[in-house]
Design a protein around this ligand. Structure first.
Ligand SMILES: Cc1cc2nc3c(=O)[nH]c(=O)nc-3n(C[C@H](O)[C@H](O)[C@H](O)COP(=O)(O)OP(=O)(O)OC[C@H]3O[C@@H](n4cnc5c(N)ncnc54)[C@H](O)[C@@H]3O)c2cc1C
Length: 398
């Protein structure tokens, strides 16, 4: 990477979640002086997200650290369809990490003083030479590159006038997690090292174990993460999205804010499901709601500014690659910057060309798969293997 009169080139990352942190660690390694600005003041600890580790999301740890992947992920060796309890014919070979374990591991390998929590980016402008970012605290920060990894509700997109399509998929997910030690011995035993699936007339339910790790990267607790995908009309969805305080939420209703009557209905409905799903939902303190949608942008590069991760493309969760795609965006971004010396604008154009193709492919494939799994278009049979993968089905196996 060429430097400007010996000084390191500078980069600002907007959003300190998984996508932003993959960008931060790779850009640091490529020679940039990186500052991350994260809107949230508290450590992001959305333990509720289970993430299938992919070679792309493990790449940084494998190349740049001596971290043993088994401290941040749990190996799952089979997928069991309930109620028959018949394992899927092909062995599942996934490593389930969690939002918490990946974020903690990335932050561990990034200088803490360069991660500025509780300071949102408020506006963006740029000249031929630099990007100017105005922050929540009123200060202005400059850099030669700005990476916007501010998620599906990205405000950077608005600031950049980026065109985006975000279409409701026709279903949402009830989600929750339970500490494995709180489950009965029978359920805990059944759920250990296995993913479980149950097909319902209006969707499917899935569970798998996920790790939560401490700041010094030691396995702390195992949780079981569950999701119940339910086909729902837009009218019904609008009701689900009104939270406890009567506020209409956009993409999700967080834990603790779902209306009591909806949680009561959920607990009644789950009684028709096979065990151990019944026990999982019964023991979930605060189930929450996540809308499933297809989101795609038409552009990822804007001069010295680029979009990365969910801010650009958000595939449905069934192919389990949101994080892997964000990690791949970050890897390709630093490759392109290295190959183009100090020419940030050209590097971003090349990055855009490649990552637009990957994002478009993921959104399309996850849409087709989600429609089959929910039986909105096509079918999904008992016993079928999950079609997880970033570039092709099966490439997430580790
Ligand atoms: C149900 C479900 C299951 C999933 N399963 C998988 C899986 O198995 N495998 C997988 O790879 N992926 C999975 N994903 C996707 C994965 O969670 C995301 O793709 C991944 O976290 C990357 O997100 P991101 O960092 O781009 O955005 P986000 O995680 O949304 O982060 C955006 C960040 O930007 C911050 N921010 C917003 N505005 C500003 C601002 N103005 N200034 C500063 N900061 C700001 C936010 O506070 C937030 O921290 C799943 C997602 C869902 C919903």
């Amino acid at each position: 990477m060429s430097t400007n009169g010996g000084a390191r080139p500078t980069a600002i990352v907007m959003g300190g979640s998984l996508g932003g942190m993959y960008a931060a660690v790779w850009l640091e390694r490529a020679g940039f002086q990186v500052t991350v600005f994260e809107r949230s003041a508290s450590m992001l600890s959305n333990k509720g997200a289970g993430i299938v580790l992919h070679p792309c999301s493990a790449r940084y740890f494998n190349i740049c650290t001596d971290l043993d992947l088994s401290c941040m992920s749990l190996k799952v060796s089979s997928l069991v369809y309930l109620p028959e309890e018949s394992p899927s014919p092909d062995p599942a070979c996934f490593r389930f990490a969690s939002y918490n374990s990946i974020l903690t591991a990335l932050k561990f390998h990034f200088p803490a003083e360069q991660y500025r929590a509780g300071n949102a980016v408020r506006s963006i402008s740029q000249t031929d030479e630099q990007v100017l970012v105005t922050l929540q605290d009123g200060t202005v920060s400059t850099a030669s590159l700005l990476v916007c990894a501010d998620g599906t509700s990205s405000t950077a997109r608005e600031m950049l006038s980026a065109e985006v399509s975000k279409d409701y998929a026709g279903y949402f997910a009830w989600r929750g997690l339970v500490e494995q030690s709180l489950l009965s011995l029978k359920a805990s035993d059944a759920l250990k090292s296995k993913a479980h699936m149950h097909l319902t007339p209006d969707g499917h339910m899935l569970s798998y174990p996920i790790p939560v790790i401490s700041d010094d990267l030691k396995l702390q607790t195992v949780y079981v993460n569950w999701l119940w995908y339910r086909n729902t009309s837009s009218e019904e969805l609008a009701k689900v999205l009104v939270d406890k305080h009567g506020i209409r939420r956009k993409d999700s209703v967080p834990p603790g804010l779902v209306r009591d009557e909806l949680v009561t209905n959920l607990r009644e409905e789950v009684e028709a499901m096979p065990e151990p799903f019944r026990e999982l939902v019964r023991k979930t303190e605060a189930p929450f709601v996540q809308i499933i949608f297809d989101q795609a942008v038409k552009q990822m590069a804007f001069g010295r500014v680029c979009l990365l991760g969910d801010a650009a493309f958000a595939p449905r969760p069934h192919i389990a690659v949101g994080t892997a795609k964000a990690a791949e965006d970050a890897w390709e971004l630093q490759n392109s910057l290295k190959e183009n010396g100090g020419d940030v604008v050209s590097a971003l154009r090349i990055y855009e060309e490649k990552q637009m193709k990957l994002g478009t492919f993921c959104v399309q494939r996850s849409k087709e798969l989600g429609n089959r799994m929910q039986r909105l278009e096509g079918t999904w049979e008992q016993g079928r293997m999950l079609e997880v993968g970033l570039f092709k089905i099966g490439d997430s196996s580790m």
